[in-house]
Ligand binder design. Structure first.
Ligand SMILES: Nc1nc2c(ncn2[C@@H]2O[C@H](COP(=O)(O)OP(=O)(O)OP(=O)(O)O)[C@@H](O)[C@H]2O)c(=O)[nH]1
Length: 219
């Protein structure tokens, strides 16, 4: 079974490859801010983190599936979205050094939640368009002994600017994460246990997605 990843996230691609799946990646053409704003206007209330990540994961998967014929899609289309929540406030990517510094000064020594949304669409002749979704959440606790100067050095690498919550657990940010509760792949941006359950929900066996080269096999 072919998996189509409706995401530009290198981290999501790496997670799938390490799990034995070489997806076809297709960039979703979605204005995330506009989609979230339209939903907030429709509901008349601020969106919960759970709602935001499932809404955007679905929008990305549906945007790619809508062009299914153009892409020659015959398989499962996966969209994802992640946000970080601290004290009830939803944070995406900081994008700027000042915002990343402000976030870290707030989250240092604290615990927040990383929410990842998943939407999987069956784009095969058998069940064209059937979609299922789920959200996974993991608690992330940050080290409390990071001096300002070291935080600035980390921020200057640029890594924190383009990831939800301004941190990674699998790259330069790893030394600053003291505890995770939940499956680590949720924090990276794609919960593999959650994806497996969605595949089963659509009636497929997980191993049918394996199309590993040697890249996924431990050497
Ligand atoms: N490597 C890594 N990436 C992380 C981590 N936490 C969050 N991210 C990334 O932060 C990004 C969150 O932004 P999203 O809007 O969900 O996704 P995106 O990167 O914009 O890509 P699209 O799916 O194309 O929207 C994702 O690429 C996540 O993989 C982490 O701990 N490690």
């Amino acid at each position: 079974m072919r998996l189509y990843l409706a995401s530009t996230s290198p981290a999501r691609l790496s997670l799938l490859r390490a799990a034995g799946i070489e997806p076809v990646t297709i960039s979703p053409d979605v204005d995330e801010d506009a989609v979230a704003a339209a939903e907030a206007a429709r509901t008349g209330a601020a969106l919960t983190p759970h709602h935001v990540v499932e809404l955007l994961a679905r929008a990305k998967a549906e945007a790619v599936a809508a062009d299914g014929a153009a892409h020659g899609i015959d398989g499962l289309v996966l969209g994802g979205d992640s946000v970080f929540v601290l004290d009830g406030v939803i944070y995406g990517k900081p994008h700027t050094v000042d915002r990343a510094r402000e976030r870290w000064h707030r989250q240092r020594g604290r615990t927040g939640q990383l929410y990842s949304g998943h939407w999987l669409i069956d784009h095969t002749a058998e069940q064209p368009g059937r979609g299922v979704g789920a959200v996974a959440v993991a608690d992330v606790t940050f080290a409390d002994d990071i001096p300002d100067a070291e935080l600035d050095a980390y921020i200057q690498t640029g890594e924190p600017l383009f990831v939800a919550g301004a941190f990674t657990i699998d790259s330069l940010g790893a030394p600053y994460i003291s505890r995770i509760e939940g499956d680590p792949s949720t924090v990276v941006g794609l919960s593999l246990p959650t994806l497996r359950r969605l595949v089963l929900q659509l009636g497929y066996d997980w191993p049918t997605l394996w199309n590993m080269g040697t890249s996924a096999l431990p050497n």
